[in-house]
Write a protein that binds this ligand. Structure first.
Ligand SMILES: NC(=O)c1ccc[n+]([C@@H]2O[C@H](COP(=O)([O-])OP(=O)(O)OC[C@H]3O[C@@H](n4cnc5c(N)ncnc54)[C@H](O)[C@@H]3O)[C@@H](O)[C@H]2O)c1
Length: 446
């Protein structure tokens, strides 16, 4: 099939689609293309996920507006189904790849999932099909990993026998469907014509700019935009540490800095987590491995942001000392275990680092998270007898914390806020020893 024929098939919504990897990204993508009128097959290695999806149930917890309903509708109407078997991909005209692409302890990409997906796809790849990698990948991965695995495994040549593109996702958990349809995309094609065929496809679900590009540009834009965010957050965190030392308040400083033209200072916080921001800067760094390019900003930003949970421990231990309690043996309630507000996603969670550190220092830690299985329940009950509460995630539920009840339940009223989620003045009026990241401690302030 020529690219023109494929484009026409796409426009008529007669192309058969597949999505490999039905996680936070792949599942909503599959559901939206099904809603747009395509026959969509999802291939997923986790059998329980396959079964759940085929039963019309979303495996993604947390506040994900519209997803559960959309999935149920599309499965019931027969436009979307899942399978664990790659054989089912033989007749597919367009295959999107949405598997995870983490990095290891040494910050090297772990492409096991990507390689497995490509290796299994290649022998069943239909001549004339379009394969699009949506996963985030290091610059040059299309050329050095994706293309060779598909060509070798299929015996076919890209741009002649099949077509290949990279169209990275920009979604955030909590807004998956809205982000997918409303955020612009960089559409990297193996050739300009492939990019145009990809645009014809994405136009059917995206109401925003679709910018045609080549592979390297698409790979760079995605990893750079997340490295940019990491660096900006690191800057805000560093200013927070400066403010703590100087008796200032980063939250006020930031607000006033942003009144100056062209200043867009980010929010500081208790750490950066998730499947994207902590690892995408390392994917960018990996792209220049072996080249003579000094890399300074990216590792520094990563180190600052990775250090924030330890800084929270430091604040907590100082706040407890002010109350005459030692961290060893203190009962600490951690609020929020997901990496993001109103989400169940715990990947690279700063709270996990905090909990490990606290336990290693002898604290007796309890964790509460309204979205994470096994951590749910009543906050005030969880705070019974606690010496300190550490707020790590700004879940909606924590905006409505009943401070007087919380105070009454606790043994020692220490409250350390990593997100400025609590009204500090009120907390102090109620007798809390309230500390917030990025601002002078109550003792220093008085
Ligand atoms: N989560 C986000 O907010 C987000 C945003 C933008 C981009 N991304 C990128 O999108 C990609 C996917 O991220 P995610 O958050 O959806 O990951 P995820 O872990 O939620 O989903 C990946 C899914 O792929 C499945 N899988 C793994 N190997 C497979 C294989 N060989 N065959 C079939 N299925 C397989 C896994 O079981 C899992 O369900 C990553 O590259 C990520 O960096 C994620």
């Amino acid at each position: 099939m020529s690219l023109n024929d494929l484009t026409e098939k796409i426009t008529r919504r007669e192309a058969k689609l597949a999505v490999i990897g039905l996680g936070y990204v792949g599942l909503p993508v599959a559901a939206l293309f099904a809603k747009a009128g395509f026959d969509v097959l999802g291939v997923e290695i986790k059998q329980e996920r396959v079964d759940k999806i085929n039963a019309g149930l979303s495996p993604i917890e947390g506040e994900e507006p519209g997803l559960a309903q959309l999935l149920a509708e599309q499965v019931t109407q027969g436009r979307l189904r899942a399978a664990a078997d790659y054989e089912t991909l033989r007749e597919r005209d367009v295959i999107l790849i949405d598997v995870e692409t983490p990095v290891d302890d040494q910050h090297i990409p772990r492409y096991e999932a990507l390689r497995a997906a490509l290796t299994q796809l290649a022998p069943v790849l239909k001549r004339g099909a379009l394969v699009i990698v949506e996963s985030t990948i290091a610059p040059r991965t299309m050329d050095t990993v994706v293309r060779p695995l598909l060509e070798e495994g299929s015996g076919m040549r890209v741009n002649r026998d099949f077509y290949l593109g990279n169209c990275p996702e920009r979604v955030m958990p909590g807004r998956l469907l809205t982000n997918l349809s409303s955020l612009s995309r960089v559409v990297g094609g193996g050739t300009p014509e492939t990019a145009q065929a990809m645009i014809a496809l994405y136009r059917l679900i995206v109401q925003a700019d679709l910018d045609a590009a080549d592979w390297i540009t698409a790979e760079l834009v995605k990893t750079v935009e997340n490295a940019y965010r990491d660096v900006q957050i690191a800057f805000a965190n560093e200013v927070g540490l400066i403010c703590e030392a100087l008796g200032g308040d980063v939250w006020t400083v930031r607000e006033l800095v942003n009144k100056s033209p062209q200043r867009h200072m980010h929010l500081p916080g208790a750490g950066v987590g998730g499947h994207c921001i902590p690892k995408d800067p390392w994917l960018l760094a990996h792209g220049i491995q072996g080249m003579d390019v000094p890399l300074r900003m990216v590792p520094t930003a990563r180190a600052i942001n990775d250090g924030m949970p330890a800084h929270m421990v430091d604040l907590l231990s100082k706040a407890l000392a002010q109350a005459g309690v030692s961290l060893a043996g203190a009962r600490v309630l951690v609020l929020g275990y997901a990496y993001l507000e109103n989400s169940d996603d715990t990947r690279n969670s700063p709270s996990a680092v905090l909990v490990r550190l606290l336990e290693s220092l002898g604290a007796d830690v309890r964790i509460h998270d309204p979205y994470v299985e096994g951590m749910q329940g009543d906050v005030v009950e969880a705070a019974q007898g606690a010496d300190a509460v550490v707020l790590m995630v700004r879940h909606q539920a924590y905006n409505a914390l009943d401070l007087p009840q919380l105070r009454a339940a606790m043994r020692t009223p220490v409250l350390v806020d990593g997100r400025k989620a609590v009204d500090g003045r009120r907390a102090r009026e109620l007798g809390f020893l309230y500390w917030v990241v990025g601002a002078a401690s109550p003792a220093a302030a008085s």
